[in-house]
Design a binder for this molecule. Structure first.
Ligand code: FPP
Length: 255
């Protein structure tokens, strides 16, 4: 079975798959938001946490069932040590101060990404968040922390190779669907929409495999200004798109 935490599977059964709407967000622009206010970057990240809380609340009301947010990439370690430490502190504070509420509100939290390199107190927060919310199924919040999609794919490939090596699987067992089960995002429904804020148009090593058929909406708004109205605008744009998954439009008659 996959190597990542698999408590998501418990709650997933309770959710009607046909109603799932999985949205991923690259929360970009905290630094520029702070700079415009002559403040240090951490000021922007703090405001970013508030924006995240507002967005999670709004997401449930707007029909989003699963949300994956990019909190810290494997490349973010290249930032100044003080900023990295502030970001970790904010994540810890978010889990400590909001976990009770999230658990009460039926949110299932999963934190994906490499555990190597994370401080012990963060690992313990992650453990608490998983344990306290594992039975919830009203809304799924997946937080990518110390995450890089290429590394996740490589880990998945290694996990499958080990199963072949031990005789538990054959090479031909591997299909795209089966491989998805070896990624840290396993068990979540297909990713429908990726949103990136701040006017940048990149995926930045986020959910490379999962985004195969996702729609992309790029918004100019800086993340700390994000809220339910901004999410609704992104969803309105998503619903205007026609998703064909490689097929032709409905009603098309082949020549
Ligand atoms: C990108 O803005 C944002 C990040 C690298 C961190 C995102 C983190 C948060 C919103 C807060 C912490 C998250 C949780 C889950 C508590 P940037 O700093 O790259 O902005 P810039 O491009 O304007 O410099």
């Amino acid at each position: 079975m996959p190597s990542g935490p698999d408590h998501i599977a418990e709650g997933k059964a309770a959710l009607d798959g046909s109603k799932a709407l999985h949205v991923a967000i690259i929360m970009d622009g905290n630094g520029r938001w702070a700079k415009a206010r002559h403040q240090i970057r951490t000021f922007g990240h703090k405001a970013g946490v508030d924006a995240l809380k507002k967005t999670i609340t709004a997401a449930g009301d707007l029909g989003v069932t699963h949300m994956t947010v990019f909190a810290f990439s494997t490349e973010n370690w290249r930032r100044p040590a003080a900023e990295v430490s502030d970001l970790m502190g904010l994540l810890k504070a978010f889990i400590r101060s909001d976990l009770d509420r999230l658990a009460r509100e039926g949110v299932c939290v999963r934190i994906i990404g490499q555990r190597d390199g994370l401080p012990a107190d963060i690992l313990s927060c992650i453990h608490d968040a998983h344990e306290r919310t594992r039975h919830n199924s009203r809304f799924f919040l997946q937080v990518a922390l110390n995450y890089g999609a290429q590394a996740d794919i490589v880990e998945g490939a290694k996990a499958f190779a080990r199963r072949v090596q031990s005789g538990e699987a054959r090479i031909d067992d591997l299909t795209p669907d089966a491989f998805g089960g070896f990624l840290s995002t396993h068990g979540l429904p297909t990713l429908d929409l990726v949103i990136r804020t701040s006017g940048e148009h990149r995926l930045s090593n986020f959910l490379l495999w999962e985004a195969a058929y996702a729609e992309f909406v790029f918004q100019d708004i800086l993340w700390p200004d994000y809220d339910g109205a901004a999410l609704k605008a992104a969803l309105d744009e998503f619903y205007r798109r026609e998703r064909r998954f490689g097929a032709v439009e409905a009603g098309h008659v082949p020549a």
